[in-house]
Design a protein around this ligand. Sequence first.
Ligand SMILES: [Zn+2]
Length: 710
Amino acid sequence: MKALFPFSIRCIAILLLLVACNQNNQVDLSKIDPGRYDSTWYNHTPLRFIQTNLNEMDAAMDVDIYVQSLVDASASMVVFNVGGIKAFYPTKLPFHHMNPYLEEDIDLVGEVIKKCHENGIKFIARFDVSKVNESIAVQKPEWLYFGTDGNVVNYNGEVHTCINGGYQQEYVFEILKEAITAYPFDAIFFNMGGYQTSDYSQVFHGICQCENCKNRFRDSTGFELPLNIDDNDPVYRKYNEFRNTTTTELNQRIINFIKTLDPNLVFQNREGELLRSESGTGFTSGRDWNYHATENVKRTLNSFKDQTPNDTYNYLIGMDYRHTATSPNIGKIFLAEQMLNGAGPGIYFMGRMENQYDRVFLPTLKEMFGFHKKNEKLFTNVQSLSKIGLIMGSKEEYRGIMKLLIEEHIMFDLIQTSVVGSEKIPRKLEDYDALILSNVANMSDSFISIIDDYVKNGGKLLTTGFPGIDAESGSPLNKIRLKSLGVMPDYEMFPQTRSTYLKVSENDKSALGQEEFKDFDLIMMNSGFLKCKPGGNAESYLKLVPNTMHGPPEKCYFTDDEITAFPGIVTNQFGNGKAVFIPWQIGSQYGWKGNNGQRTLFLAAMEKLLRVESTFETDASPLIEMTRLGNRNGAFEWIGMINHSGQIGDAFREPIPIYNSTLRFNPLRPIKSINLVRSEKGLEFKQTEGWVECVIPQINDFEMVLCLYK
Ligand SMILES: [Zn+2]
């Protein structure tokens, strides 16, 4: 957040500054005790995670070279193929397809586990039961997925199976039992679980129409399977619920089963203790999302207290180009985002490290993992110190708001809607000074009450888009149900329409910021918009100017008659708290064009209307992403800084150094020293009345500003 304190107050403060100095080049980590989060080996611990997705021919590897490549990269955890599409161990099960390249007298899995464990590397066994070999498929058609055209999907000789078929529902337990009984795995990973409807060429084959799906859906809902994906179809919405509940049910059965076989085994999956996600580029036309790893780590760490983020940087460009890597610079950014948001670094390769066709990134990988290993105490038992929680609604909306908050250096947590009101969440909502509800359209009645109560009890709420106009299931309710917003329940949906604006009046400027708005009277708005009426004591600003003439130039104007009474922003005192409602998708809009007027309005909502207090101020470039985490054992806190200046359109080049960024913040406790962990330098700082001020001389790729307490 930019400096909110007037210059005069800051000058007085400087007179009172206690100047401290620390010229030690490196911080002494030996005296730091980060404590433990819990007794597990994985939760809030410094893991370094490498996944090598082996092809069947990799089974002929030299195990010593393979394990040495993990050791050289400072890995502490590896994901290794064990079973499913191909058995990488000598299976005795008749319908578990043996890898034809596995040499008979070599126990590959056993050797790799032994040597990994000798080097302190945890072994995660990878299974993929989403396909079976065609030689098995012809014998077991009842295990297979059938597309809406009535055909199975055979991709390179491996045939898609259905989650409701006997392979995934029953036979998988035979495979797991055989493998887990034979080998001392540390964790189990399942690839491509759930309902898969597309093949590797992104060809969509539709909702599975196999007999198992038909019967199970009919038995649980009374309906026949839908043929088309259509959110407006109530039967499709039922199917969506069915998909979620049956996927969760199978995952839970697998978790229970593996715990029965070995209580110490953990699961790497959406429901598992290790919550795996992927950050990467895609074989798509859209611009790559440079905050992908930040999103993945935050949403896990801030939503689940008993699950650990296992984010992997996808080394490959996409599933269509498995053998060449993304830009090494975006790879470095993703690893930095993982670390500086509180997870361990992770990477996923196609194949082994030692036989990559594209090896440009490998020295950087070693260097980044080495940095994490050297400083692993600083990544142990840490938690976010953000005071703002961003509740994740539609993807474009929360991503646009993320982008805006990161550019403005406003620290935030990402909270998934599924954990609001649940015991899984690490922090209570009341612990946040402000919540941002980013176009959460689907809301249960209890979700509505939780948010209203949050405001009533003194919380600050910024809501964007179309909050709670649908039930949790997605059924349209066509009412605004959040009472805290201060608008009438009935509204009219104004669809996304070109040349639509919001008029800023002089009265609006006095509330939103005279200085900030002095040079513009109109804000572009190309989003759907809820035409709503403020009620009670709510105050509203900006007015909708819909669908103005935009051609020919001679006709490009609008008159006062075209300015409607519908507000572009509403603010309401509710109980002890306050809500601001932006009834359109300002986040998606900002993510799309980065519009200056929209950014100014968003900041005015936070600072002028909600008066969210600043706990962090900086003049750093918007190209620097910042994070702030503290040790739960009270040993330290740090500020992470990631340099995104290498991004030029779709290309990621080397970042340019950013010089002399001033930070001003209030640490949890008085501090005795500041060290720049990346630069390996001590840093002078000033400390007064609980606030610390320092200048970071230079940020090359990333920096970690470590504060040790007195
Ligand atoms: Zn099916």
